[in-house]
Write a protein that binds this ligand. Structure first.
Ligand code: ASP
Ligand code: MG
Length: 430
């Protein structure tokens, strides 16, 4: 069997933990498997490197930039190239250290970084897309009996320049290599023991999910269940890579993310997620004629603002109201841009509301079972929670409620749909 193991930043945060990873790699090899490892930078390292670059180009800003990259004024192609050279070193360090640790423990290991990986990307520094994977070198090292330790997050473009895949990109590196090498499983080893039915810090009754489909995982990840880079799940789905999210601290089984199986539809709801960082914009009195709504959303698209839910009420007197949600961080830019849209003689009033959150209920079973929405509304009503907006897809229902009720709503829906720890046993009891 070929096993890909990806160790996240917290799993390689200290030398002691790196020794722990080495022991795990060796145990996997001792069980008779070929082992391909992908590592992240030691936790905090990527942020530290970005902060260094930011401090260099903007010494006058003493606020620490947490965002991925420096303000656009200095975001020249030359700067972005150097930034990738810089941030990619975080993974280079952990790959070399882990290979050394495996060697010290008596194993054979080789680290591969940058161009040695054979992962070719396009030239978009900081957000590169993988173009192809040439696994010849990796295969040769595996054939020679080595544990191959790859630096995650990076590739090289057609000129051989180092590129990076975007924050959290090591997950994508791991899945891409697993796909290219036809690995039997891609283990994502992290500091949580799997994917939960909801955030256990908010809902103590949350349960670990044993198996979940790619589709459901994408919906949950997109809704704020941030265990994996979403892109890695999309890639896993495209190539059918079986992903196992599990803790690196012990041997417990985690969550398998796999192709849909027939039995999965018997579970009505698999998980619920809360997204707090949303804001709502309402345009009151929009001319109810063709082209106006197109102009509104073209303005958002031009700024790369991701619009999520959209509601337009039935027009009356030639005017309609349009309400939609945007990431809270984009609210000001969005409002400013809406002020510039041409609406004609009587422009609509623009109202915004930050005090909202979105809760999503996800499950393959919704395809075949009616009444999930009705039940969700009843559960919310029982708690006196007003629903401001709703959207549905084949396997998801999302509602917007006042921020104040977010956690209460999450708990009510989670437990109401029988996801609570022990719920199945109670239901089975006479
Ligand atoms: N080190 C990179 C980051 O912090 C990539 C990763 O950890 O996946 O974003
Ligand atoms: Mg990560």
């Amino acid at each position: 069997m070929l096993v890909v193991q990806k160790y996240g930043g917290s799993s390689v945060a200290t030398l002691e933990r790196i020794h722990g990873c080495a022991a795990r790699c060796l145990a996997t090899a001792a069980a008779g498997h070929r082992v391909l490892v992908v590592v992240s930078a030691m936790s905090g390292e990527t942020n530290r490197l970005i902060a260094l670059a930011n401090a260099l180009v903007r010494p006058e800003d003493d606020t620490e930039h947490r965002g991925p990259y420096v303000p656009s004024a200095v975001r020249t192609p030359e700067h972005e190239r150097e930034l990738d050279q810089l941030v990619a070193t975080g993974e280079v360090v952990s790959a070399a250290l882990l290979a050394m640790a495996i060697q010290r423990a008596g194993g054979r290991a080789v680290s591969l970084v940058g161009r040695q990986l054979g992962m070719q990307t396009d030239r978009s520094h900081g957000r590169a897309k993988i173009v192809s994977v040439d696994a010849a070198r990796i295969n040769a090292e595996l054939d020679a009996g080595a544990i191959v330790v790859c630096a995650g997050f990076q590739g090289a473009d057609d000129r051989g320049d180092i590129t990076t895949l975007g924050r959290g990109g090591s997950d994508t590196s791991a899945v891409a290599l697993a796909a290219a090498l036809n690995a039997d499983v891609c283990e994502i080893l992290t500091d949580v023991d799997g994917v939960y039915t909801t955030d256990p810090r908010v809902v103590p009754t949350a349960r670990k999910i044993d198996r979940i489909s790619y589709e459901e995982m994408l919906e949950l990840a997109g809704q704020g269940a941030k265990v994996l880079q979403i892109r890695s799940v999309e890639l896993a789905m495209r190539y059918g890579v079986h992903v196992h999210v599990r803790t690196s601290f012990d041997d417990r089984q985690g969550t398998m993310i796999v192709p849909e199986e027939p039995t999965m539809e018997s579970t009505l709801v698999s998980g619920v997620a809360l997204e707090r960082n949303e804001a709502k914009i309402t345009l009151v009195g929009v001319p109810d004629v063709p082209g106006v709504v197109a102009r509104i959303f073209a303005a958002m698209a031009e700024l790369d603002i991701v619009v999520d839910m959209i509601i337009q009420n039935a027009g009356a007197g030639g005017l309609a109201d349009v309400t939609f949600t945007v990431p809270e961080a984009e609210l000001e830019r969005a409002s400013a841009a809406l002020g510039q849209v041409q609406f004609g003689a009587a422009p609509p009033a623009i109202r915004s509301d930050r005090e909202i959150c979105k809760i999503s209920i996800v499950g393959l079973g919704m395809r075949t079972h009616a009444g999930v929405a009705a039940k969700a509304f009843a559960l919310l009503a029982a708690e006196g929670i007003n629903v401001q907006m709703v959207s549905t897809s084949e396997i998801k229902i999302s509602v917007v409620v006042h921020e104040r009720y977010g956690e209460l709503a999450l708990r009510a829906l989670h437990d109401g749909f029988g996801l609570a720890h022990g719920a199945a046993d109670e239901a089975a009891a006479p």
